[in-house]
Unconditional design. Structure first.
Lengths: 296, 1093
C-alpha cells in the first residue's frame, strides 16, 4: 500500500484565516501555516495535496503556499502538486472532506486539518511516521495523543487494546466525538495509559477511500448535517476495516484556540535555530514585568 | 506436638458448597475452650494471609461469633472471669484502629487467660474490622465503577470537563432561563428478597441476590386526585454565581456560595441535594479541600457569573414508606444533573439503559457520600415497569474481579408483556392496597444483622434464605398467570417464614395486630400480606380478592376505584391499631393508605414553564401538636418546682454545674473492688441460702419494685414511648413488653412459692397513664390476678429540659471518647454536631427547651426518687398494713430482664441483713458494652460509681464489676437511714387525719434530706422532634438526675454486693443489643423463668 495523496480541510467559516497566518519556522524562515502543513505532507512522501477551501479563498491560499519569493519551497522532500477544491456551501467538516472524494479516488489518503500545526519531538515528522506505519500495517491509522480528560470535549477520542509487539500502536475498537468523561470511562478502554488520560485525535489520519461512503451516509442520516464530524463516519470503521491509532511523538497546536497561534509560534521558536534569542526575549519580557511590579 | 488442622479454615477455603455453607454453630459444637482458642488462632492467621476479601471477612465474623457466643459463655465459668479490658486496646477500638486493638487484646489474653471481658472486647474488635473491611470494599467499588472514577481525580476548576448544555442557557423572550424537570416513580419490592440486594450479599452471593421490583406512581388515597410519579426535581440557570438548593418537602432553601458548605451534609436539610450534585460530577468529589472557589467551578460549568437552582420535591410521601423514596430522589436529581451536563444523550424523555446504570451507580456513590446506604434495588424507579434485578458474577475486566464473587451493580431485566401480561398488571392494581402504617424506624442495624447472619450461615437463617429463592420463582409464575391468590400466599409465607426467621425484628406487634384485624374483618377476601422494605410497620401491602370487571360496564369499573371501600376500612383498622399501641411503639405519623399505578416509563424529563416560586405541597405543612396539652398547664398540674429550676439554670450558666462537674474530685483515689468485696453467686447460691429465701418467699416477706418511670431514650432514640410497654420480642408465641416479662417472672415465682407476690411498678407523669391503660386493657373485665398483685407507684416530680450549653456539648462530643465512625459517616456526624452546637447557641444556651410536644420538654428527675415515691404515695404503707411480715423489696430497672425473686439470692441477702447489711446490690462481670461505672473503692470506701462521676474515663475499665442496679432492700434498714419508721409510714396512709398529714410531711422532709446528700448530675439526652411528613430531628437536651446507686456512698447505710450470672444482670438499653440477646441463649433462659398464663 502506497499513500500518495493528502487532503487538507480549510473551508470552515471560523478557520479560513488560520492557514494564512505567518509564522517563523524552526529554520528561521517566515512561512504561512498552510506552507508548514504542506511541508509536513511533503516530508511524508505525499505527491498530491487537495486543499478544501471556501470558494473565495483559492487564490489567497495559492499565494500562501509559496515562499515570500514566490516559488514554492519545500523544506524536506519533493514539492507536492496542489489542488484547490472549493466547498460550495458551508455545510460542515464532514461535507468538506467529502469534496475530496473525486480527488482521492479509491486510494487511501493522508488527512490533515487546516487549523493545526504539528511539531515533532524528535527528528521524525509525525505525518511521515503515520504514513510509514499505515503503509507497513496496510491499515487505516489515526494519529492520537494522550490527553487529560478535562479536554475531552474538544476532540474525537478512541479506545482499544495495544497491538502486540508494536510500540505506541493501538487497535481501535471504539470512537466517540467529544465524550463526557463518564462516557469515556465506560466505553474507551486503553491499557497502560495514565489514569484520567485518553487517546484523542491529533488532527492527522490515514484513511481508506471507503470513508467517503460512510461520510455520505452520516450526512444523509443526520438531522443537522453541519454537526456531522469525521468521527461519526469513523465510528463505522471498527469491525469493518482494520483501523489503528498511533500515539505520535509530536505535539499539535490548535491555531483556532485563544493564544493558539502565539503558543504555536513560541513552540516553533523554542525548538528551532533561534531558540536562544527567543528565550532571551521572553525572559526580558518577564523581567520587565517583575521590575515594574517592584517599582510599584 | 502438632495441632489438628482447623475445621473452620477448611470451611472458609473449600470450593465444595455443602461444606462452604456449613454453619458456625454446627462446626464448633462440642469444642472446649482450648479447642476454640486453637480455632481462633488458626482463623486469625488465615485472615491475615488470604487475599480473598470474603474469606477474610467471613473469618472475622467467625472470630467475632466465637468470642461473643461461645468463648464468653464458657469463660464465665473460668476462674479468670473477672479479667479486665486493657484501656489502650479500648482506645484503639474507639479510634477504629481495629488491627492494633485486636493485637492488644490478644496479648492480654495470652498473658492473663480467657475472660468474659476480653472475649467481649475481641468480639467487638473483630466485628468492627469485618464491617470496616466490607465498607472499604464498597467504597473502592463505588469509586472504581467506570464513569465515577474521573470525579475523584478532578481537583481543580480547570479540570472540570463538564459543561452545561447550551439549551439551558437560552433565555425566552421574557429573559427567563428554561426549567428542566425530572419526574421519577418509586420502586416497590414485589418479592421482598430477604435483603439480598445489600451490597455485601450481592457481592458474595450474586446467585442468591434476586429481586422483583416494580416502578410505581403514588397518591395518598383521599388526598391526591390520581397517582403520579412521587419524586420531582427541577434545574435552571440563575444569574448569580452560586447553587440555590431547595427541598420543598423540608421547607429548606440555601444559597451555597462556598465550596466547603457543599461537603457539609448535615448542616441543613439539603444533604441529599448536595450529595446528588457531587455524585453527578457537577461538583466532583475530588475537588473537596482543594482550596478553590465554587465561583471558579461554576464559571467553568455554567459560565461566568452564573449558577444553578435545583429544587427537590417528594409529593407528600412520608418518610419510612419503604419505597426507597430518598434513594429515588437522589437518583432523580443525579439523572437531572447528568442530563444538564451532557452526560446523557437526550436532554428530555426517558434514559437509555447504560445511562440508567450510570445513574444507579452514582446513587450508590451519593448514598456513600451522605453516610447512608441501602440496597442496589433502591434506584429501581429509574427503570420502567416490572423488572427482575439480579446479582451478577464478576468476570475478567470488572473492577471487582478477583476481589469479590459478584459485581457491585446488578443486572436489570425488564419483564415485558409476555412475562407479565396486561391482565396481571391490571389485577395487581385492583388487588393490592399499599399503606404506610405510621412507624418510621431505622433499618440500618437490620442490614448489619443480615450481613452477619449470612456470613455465619446459621442453619435456620441459611435455609430461610434458600426458601426466599423458591418464593421468587413462585411469584414469577403467579405473575405470568395473573394468579393473585398464589402471589399473596407466597408473599405472606415469605413474611411469616423466611423473613422473620432471618430477622425477627422485621415484624412487630403493630403489624401482626393489623394483619389479624384485617383477617377478621375481610375473611376470605383478604388474600395476603406483603412486607415492602427493611422492616414492617411503615410501608406495607395488603392483597385482596380482585373485583371482576363486568362486560356490561367495563369503563365504569375501570375508572372507579374498586377498592375504595376496602381502603377506607383498612385506614380505620390501621388508625385504631396505632391508637392502641402508640404509647409503646414509636409512630412518626398517622397511618395513610395509598393509591398506586405501575409506571411504564421510569424516570423522565421535560421542559417546564418557568416557575416564579415554589409552593409547598399542602401535605407538607408541619404537623401541629394538636392533642398535646400546653406546657405551662402541664407544668402546673405536675407540681413543677420553678424556683429550683431557676437555681439550676443559674448554676448551669455560671458553669457551677455541668457534665465536667459531674465527676468526682480529681484527687479521689479510685481502685477496683478487692477480693472479698463481692460474694460470687454466679454459679448459684448454697442450699442453705435457697432454703432460707424460699421460706421467706412462702411467708410473704418479699415484694418487687420495677422502675418504669423513664422513657428509655436510648431504646427509642428519644421518641416519647414508654419503654416498659415496648413489645420487644416474642415469648410464647406473642409479642411481650418489658413489663409483661417482669410480671411473668413474678407470676412463676409466686406460683412456685404458693403465695401471691406483690409487684410495684414505679411510674412517672410520662408513663403512668399509659401503663395503667395497658394493664387495664390486658386484664379487661377479668378479676384481679391472684398470683401477682400489681400496684402502680406513681411519682410526680418532673424537670423541664434546657437547651444545652455549648460547653457541655463540646465536653460530650469532643472531650469524651466515642466510637469513631467510618470516614464518610464520621464527617457527617461532625457536621451534625457543628450544626447542633449552632442550634444551641442560636436557641439560647440554658433556656427552657419548649420547641416540641410538651411531654418531650419534660423529664423525670432520676431513679433515686422512685423508692421514696413509694414511701410518699402511701403504696408501701398500704402493703405493709396488709402484710406486716413484708421485710424485703427487690428493686430493678425495667430493662434488666433477668431480675426476679431468686430464692438463693434472697436467702443470701437475708443473711447479709442478719449481718447488719441494709441493701444488697447485684453486679455482673464487666464486658465491653457495659458502660456506666461500676463497683469501686473510692478513697478506700466500697461503693458504686456512676460512669459520669468517674474522674477519668480510663478508670472505668479498671472496675471489673458492673452495676446492674438490681437491689435487695431491707425495708426497715432503709427506713432507718431515712430517719423513718414503719409506724410513721403506716400513719401517713391513714385517711384524712392531721396525724397522717404530719407523717406525710415528715416523710417528705426525710426524702428531701437524703436527696440533699446525693449528687445531682447534669446529663444530655436525645429527644426527638417530629414534623412534616414523618420527619424526625433529634436534639440533645440538658436535664438533671439523682441516681439510686449513689445511696451506696451514704454513710450509715451498709451496702453489700453480690455477683450474679450475666443473663440475670444484663440490661437491654439499645435495640442493637436485642439480636445478640436473642441468639446467645439469654432470651431462652429468661423465657424459662416466665409464666405468661
Amino acid at each position: 500500500m502506497k499513500i500518495r495523496k493528502a487532503v487538507i480541510t480549510a473551508a470552515g467559516p471560523d478557520q479560513r484565516e488560520l492557514p494564512l497566518q505567518r509564522l517563523v519556522d524552526r529554520d528561521g524562515s517566515a512561512k504561512s501555516a498552510l506552507r508548514l502543513l504542506l511541508d509536513e505532507a511533503a516530508a511524508a512522501g505525499i505527491g498530491e495535496v487537495a486543499i478544501i477551501v471556501h470558494p473565495d479563498d483559492g487564490e489567497r491560499y495559492a499565494a500562501a503556499t509559496g515562499a515570500p519569493g514566490g516559488a514554492p519551497r519545500v523544506a524536506d522532500g519533493v514539492e507536492p502538486k496542489l489542488h484547490f477544491v472549493p466547498q460550495a456551501a458551508a455545510r460542515g467538516y464532514a461535507d468538506a472532506l467529502l469534496q475530496a472524494r473525486d480527488f482521492v479516488g479509491d486510494e487511501p489518503f493522508l488527512h490533515l486539518v487546516g487549523d493545526h500545526l504539528f511539531l515533532p519531538r524528535g527528528e521524525l515528522r509525525p505525518a511521515a511516521e503515520l504514513v510509514a506505519v499505515a503503509q507497513r500495517e496496510g491499515a487505516a491509522v489515526s494519529a492520537v495523543q494522550s490527553t487529560r480528560e478535562s479536554h475531552l470535549r474538544e476532540y474525537g477520542v478512541v479506545g482499544g487494546p495495544r497491538v502486540a509487539g508494536r510500540e505506541r500502536l493501538f487497535a481501535i475498537d471504539a470512537v466517540l466525538e467529544k465524550p463526557t468523561p463518564t462516557e469515556a470511562e465506560q466505553t474507551l478502554f486503553v491499557p497502560g495509559l495514565r489514569a484520567g488520560h485518553y487517546l484523542c485525535f491529533f488532527g492527522m489520519h490515514v484513511l481508506p477511500a471507503a470513508i467517503f461512503d460512510a461520510l455520505a451516509q452520516a450526512l444523509r442520516d443526520a438531522a443537522e448535517p453541519r454537526r456531522v464530524s469525521l468521527t461519526h463516519a469513523l465510528a463505522t470503521l471498527p469491525g469493518r476495516a482494520r483501523w489503528l491509532a498511533l500515539e505520535v511523538a509530536a505535539t499539535r497546536f490548535n491555531l483556532g484556540e485563544k493564544y493558539g497561534l502565539l503558543i504555536a509560534q513560541l513552540a516553533l521558536g523554542l525548538s528551532g535555530r533561534d531558540r536562544d534569542d527567543v528565550l532571551a526575549q521572553v525572559t526580558e519580557l518577564l523581567l520587565a514585568r517583575e521590575k515594574g511590579r517592584a517599582q510599584k | 506436638m502438632s495441632r489438628p488442622l482447623s475445621r473452620l479454615v477448611a470451611i472458609l477455603e473449600t470450593a465444595d458448597d455443602a461444606l462452604r455453607h456449613r454453619s458456625l454453630e454446627a462446626a464448633v459444637a462440642g469444642l472446649d475452650v482450648e479447642a476454640l482458642l486453637h480455632e481462633c488462632r488458626a482463623l486469625d492467621a488465615f485472615r491475615a494471609r488470604t487475599d480473598n476479601l470474603y474469606q477474610r471477612v467471613r473469618a472475622l465474623f467467625f472470630l467475632q461469633a466465637i468470642h461473643r457466643y461461645h468463648l464468653a459463655a464458657r469463660a464465665q465459668r473460668l476462674p479468670a472471669a473477672g479479667g479486665r479490658i486493657p484501656y489502650d486496646g479500648q482506645q484503639l477500638l474507639l479510634d477504629r484502629r481495629f488491627e492494633e486493638a485486636i493485637a492488644c487484646f490478644r496479648r492480654t489474653l495470652d498473658d492473663a487467660g480467657v475472660s468474659e471481658a476480653l472475649c467481649s472486647a475481641l468480639a467487638a474488635a473483630y466485628r468492627g474490622l469485618a464491617f470496616q473491611t466490607l465498607a472499604d470494599q464498597v467504597r473502592r467499588s463505588v469509586r472504581s465503577v467506570r464513569g465515577n472514577q474521573w470525579m475523584f481525580r478532578c481537583g481543580h476548576p480547570l479540570d472540570q470537563p463538564l459543561r452545561l448544555r447550551p439549551e439551558l442557557l437560552e433565555r425566552d423572550v421574557a429573559g427567563h432561563y428554561p426549567l428542566l424537570v425530572e419526574r421519577t416513580p418509586v420502586r416497590m419490592d414485589l418479592t421482598h428478597c430477604g435483603w439480598s440486594d445489600i451490597f455485601f450479599l450481592g457481592m458474595d452471593h450474586p446467585e442468591g441476590a434476586r429481586v422483583l421490583n416494580v416502578s410505581i406512581d403514588l397518591g395518598v388515597h383521599g388526598r391526591d386526585a390520581a397517582p403520579a410519579p412521587p419524586v420531582e426535581c427541577s434545574l435552571r440557570v440563575i444569574d448569580e454565581p452560586l447553587l440555590r438548593l431547595t427541598s420543598v418537602d423540608l421547607g429548606a432553601t440555601a444559597d451555597v456560595a462556598e465550596l466547603p458548605l457543599l461537603f457539609d451534609f448535615a448542616r441543613d436539610y439539603l444533604g441529599l441535594l448536595k450529595a446528588a450534585l457531587l455524585a453527578a460530577g457537577l461538583v466532583p468529589p475530588g475537588i473537596e479541600g482543594s482550596g478553590t472557589t465554587l465561583q471558579q467551578l461554576l464559571a467553568q460549568l455554567v459560565g461566568e457569573g452564573r449558577g444553578l437552582e435545583i429544587v427537590a420535591h417528594v409529593r407528600g410521601i412520608p418518610k419510612g414508606s419503604r419505597l426507597a423514596v430518598s434513594t429515588t430522589l437522589l437518583g432523580s436529581l443525579i439523572a437531572l444533573c447528568m442530563r444538564a451536563t451532557g452526560q446523557t444523550r437526550a436532554l428530555t424523555g426517558t434514559l437509555e439503559e447504560a445511562e440508567r446504570r450510570t445513574c444507579a451507580a452514582r446513587a450508590i456513590l451519593g448514598e456513600w457520600l451522605g453516610g447512608s446506604g441501602g440496597g442496589w434495588q433502591d434506584s429501581g424507579g429509574l427503570w420502567p415497569g416490572i423488572k427482575l434485578i439480579e446479582g451478577v458474577a464478576t468476570a475478567a475486566g470488572d473492577p471487582e474481579h478477583g476481589t469479590s464473587r459478584g459485581r457491585l451493580l446488578p443486572r436489570h431485566t425488564l419483564l415485558g408483556r409476555e412475562r407479565v401480561p396486561d391482565s396481571t398488571r391490571a389485577q395487581l392494581t385492583r388487588s393490592l392496597v399499599l399503606v404506610h402504617g405510621g412507624m418510621a424506624q431505622n433499618v440500618g442495624p437490620i442490614l448489619e444483622m443480615v450481613t452477619e447472619k449470612y456470613l455465619l450461615r446459621s442453619d435456620l437463617e441459611w435455609r430461610a434464605r434458600q426458601e426466599t429463592g423458591a418464593i421468587l420463582e413462585q411469584l414469577l409464575v403467579a405473575l405470568a398467570h395473573g394468579d393473585m391468590k398464589s402471589l399473596a400466599e407466597a408473599t405472606t409465607r415469605n413474611f411469616f417464614g423466611p423473613l422473620t426467621t432471618i430477622i425477627p425484628q422485621a415484624t412487630n406487634a403493630f403489624t401482626e395486630s393489623v394483619i389479624e384485624r384485617v383477617k377478621q374483618r375481610f375473611g376470605a377476601r383478604f388474600l395476603g400480606f406483603w412486607m415492602l422494605g427493611g422492616m414492617s410497620g411503615g410501608g406495607m401491602g395488603f392483597l385482596f380478592e380482585p373485583e371482576p370487571i363486568t362486560d356490561a360496564a367495563p369503563d365504569a369499573a375501570r375508572t372507579a376505584d374498586p377498592l375504595a371501600a376496602t381502603k377506607r376500612e383498612l385506614q380505620q383498622i390501621l388508625s385504631s391499631a396505632k391508637r392502641e399501641l402508640q404509647d409503646a411503639l414509636p409512630f412518626a405519623m398517622e397511618p395513610v393508605v395509598y393509591d398506586f399505578a405501575i409506571n411504564d416509563h421510569g424516570t423522565r424529563a421535560q421542559w417546564s414553564a418557568p416557575r416564579v416560586a415554589v409552593a409547598p405541597h399542602p401535605a407538607n405543612a408541619t404537623t401541629a401538636a394538636a392533642s398535646d396539652a400546653p406546657l405551662p398547664e402541664l407544668l402546673a398540674r405536675l407540681g413543677f418546682d420553678r424556683v429550683e429550676h431557676e437555681q439550676i439554670r443559674v448554676d448551669l450558666r455560671a458553669g457551677r454545674i455541668g457534665l465536667a462537674q459531674n465527676r468526682l474530685p480529681a484527687h479521689s483515689v479510685l481502685r477496683d473492688a478487692e477480693p472479698g468485696d463481692v460474694a460470687d453467686l454466679r454459679a448459684g447460691a448454697g442450699a442453705e441460702e435457697v432454703a432460707r429465701g424460699t421460706a421467706a418467699l412462702q411467708r410473704g416477706e418479699v415484694a418487687v419494685l420495677t422502675l418504669a418511670a423513664g422513657a428509655g431514650s436510648r431504646w427509642s432514640g428519644g421518641a416519647n414511648v414508654v419503654k416498659a410497654l415496648f413489645p420487644f420480642a416474642k415469648f410464647d408465641g406473642r409479642f411481650r413488653s418489658f413489663l409483661d416479662v417482669h410480671l411473668a417472672k413474678s407470676r412463676r415465682v409466686a406460683r412456685a412459692a404458693g403465695v401471691p407476690l406483690p409487684h410495684f411498678v414505679a411510674t412517672s407523669s410520662f408513663t403512668h397513664e399509659a401503663i395503667a391503660r395497658q394493664l387495664a386493657l390486658r386484664t379487661g373485665s377479668e378479676p384481679r390476678e391472684r398470683d401477682v398483685e400489681v400496684e402502680l407507684s406513681p411519682g410526680r416530680a418532673v424537670g423541664l429540659r434546657l437547651i444545652p450549653m455549648e460547653r457541655d456539648l463540646r465536653f460530650a462530643w469532643e472531650e469524651t471518647r466515642h466510637q469513631r465512625l467510618d470516614v464518610q459517616a464520621q464527617k457527617v456526624r461532625e457536621s451534625l454536631h457543628a450544626a447542633l452546637i449552632g442550634w444551641a447557641r442560636g436557641a439560647g444556651e440554658g433556656d427552657d427547651y419548649t420547641d416540641n410536644l410538651a411531654v418531650q420538654c419534660l423529664h423525670p428527675v432520676g431513679h433515686f426518687y422512685e423508692l421514696p415515691n413509694l414511701l410518699k404515695n402511701g403504696r408501701l404503707a398500704r402493703l405493709l398494713r396488709e402484710r406486716p411480715q413484708l421485710s424485703t423489696l427487690l428493686l430493678h430497672n425495667i430493662d434488666t430482664l433477668g431480675a426476679d425473686v431468686d430464692a438463693g439470692l434472697l436467702g443470701h441477702h437475708l443473711r447479709q441483713v442478719e449481718d447488719g447489711g441494709a441493701l444488697t446490690f447485684e453486679v455482673i462481670g464487666r464486658q465491653l458494652e457495659d458502660r456506666g461505672g461500676g463497683l469501686a473503692r473510692v478513697d478506700g470506701r466500697l461503693r458504686l460509681v456512676e460512669g459520669l462521676a468517674l474522674p477519668r474515663e480510663e478508670q472505668e475499665l479498671e472496675l471489673r464489676w458492673y452495676n446492674t442496679m438490681t437491689t435487695w432492700i431491707d425495708i426497715d434498714s432503709l427506713l432507718a437511714r431515712f430517719g423513718l419508721t414503719r409506724e410513721l409510714l403506716l400513719r401517713s396512709a391513714e385517711p384524712d387525719t392531721a396525724s397522717a398529714e404530719a407523717a406525710a410531711a415528715a416523710i417528705a422532709t426525710a426524702v428531701r434530706r437524703v436527696a440533699a446528700e446525693l449528687p445531682t448530675y447534669v446529663t444530655l439526652k436525645d429527644v426527638k422532634k417530629r414534623w412534616g411528613q414523618a420527619q424526625e430531628d433529634v436534639f440533645p437536651v440538658t436535664q438533671f438526675e439523682k441516681l439510686w446507686s449513689d445511696l451506696t456512698a451514704l454513710p450509715q447505710l451498709d451496702c453489700r454486693y453480690v455477683a450474679v450470672p450475666r443473663v440475670r444482670g444484663q440490661q437491654l438499653k439499645e435495640p442493637a443489643q436485642l439480636d445478640p440477646w436473642l441468639r446467645d441463649g439469654s432470651a431462652a433462659a429468661i423465657a424459662a423463668r416466665c409464666d405468661f398464663h
